[in-house]
Design a protein around this ligand. Structure first.
Ligand SMILES: Cc1cc2nc3c(=O)[nH]c(=O)nc-3n(C[C@H](O)[C@H](O)[C@H](O)COP(=O)(O)O)c2cc1C
Length: 212
């Protein structure tokens, strides 16, 4: 199994999401000696901008055409990122919540990868088929508050989660299945609550590694 670890936290050893990802990867490696893991730290990773006519290439594609020659070089850069992404069998995305959603570097990566006839196809009726099928993923989502929807107060918070639900939706949209998830929360507040969240994240990581 070739696995891409997409890491969207800029924090080094203090990252909560990465700590759970490392726990998962260690458990998985113990079960799969042939596992190959490539880390992709999105902070500091250069990605093409989707400006200067680039996005017109996407509109052209959705209408069944192709991008114009003036953006061919930049579009090839996009294709390079997609080819790299699709060369893996499995993904771990570990990410903090930033302002209810994901850090901009992760949204940028999603936007670079997601194009018609590259990672999905659509028909005139609006039916979508993902082209990243046959691959699986685990999303590890850390947040200061618990958006998990367990209990009255958290049910209201669950509606504000544009992090974990967004990533699950995107992965399924491009055909990735199954998508496993671990919510690491709360990571702020009473030390015992944070410790319990980290312990629960670690236990989930081990459970998921056993069936991944
Ligand atoms: C810019 C920024 C925005 C944040 N926004 C939220 C938020 O909307 N909701 C929340 O619960 N936590 C928020 N947090 C807290 C982080 O999600 C939390 O500390 C998380 O554990 C960080 O994960 P990491 O240690 O892996 O980077 C924010 C943190 C930062 C730095």
């Amino acid at each position: 199994m070739r696995l891409l670890h997409i890491d969207a936290s800029p924090r080094d050893t203090r990252s909560r999401s990465r700590a759970v990802a490392d726990h998962f990867l260690a458990a998985l490696a113990a079960m799969r000696p042939a596992l190959v893991v490539e880390p992709l730290k999105l902070f500091g990773h250069a990605l093409p901008t989707l400006a200067d006519g680039m996005v017109e290439g996407r509109y052209a594609r959705i209408m069944g055409g192709t991008e114009t020659p003036d953006i061919a070089e930049k579009w090839a850069e996009v294709q390079g990122h997609v080819d790299h992404f699709l060369s893996f069998d499995a993904y771990v995305i570990s990410t903090p919540m930033w302002n209810f959603g994901v850090p901009y570097v992760l949204k940028h990566y999603v936007d670079v990868l997601t194009h018609p006839r590259i990672t999905f196809v659509n028909d005139a009726q609006g039916n979508v088929t993902g082209l990243a099928n046959g691959r699986k993923a685990l999303v590890i989502a850390a947040s200061a508050m618990d958006f998990g929807g367990a209990g009255d107060a958290n049910d209201a918070l669950a509606a504000l989660d544009f992090q974990l639900r967004y990533l699950e939706t995107w992965l399924r949209f491009i055909g990735v299945d199954p998508v496993e998830t671990i919510r690491v929360a709360p990571t702020f507040g009473a030390p015992e609550a944070v410790e319990a969240a980290m312990a629960a994240g670690g236990a989930s990581a081990e459970r998921i590694a056993a069936r991944f």
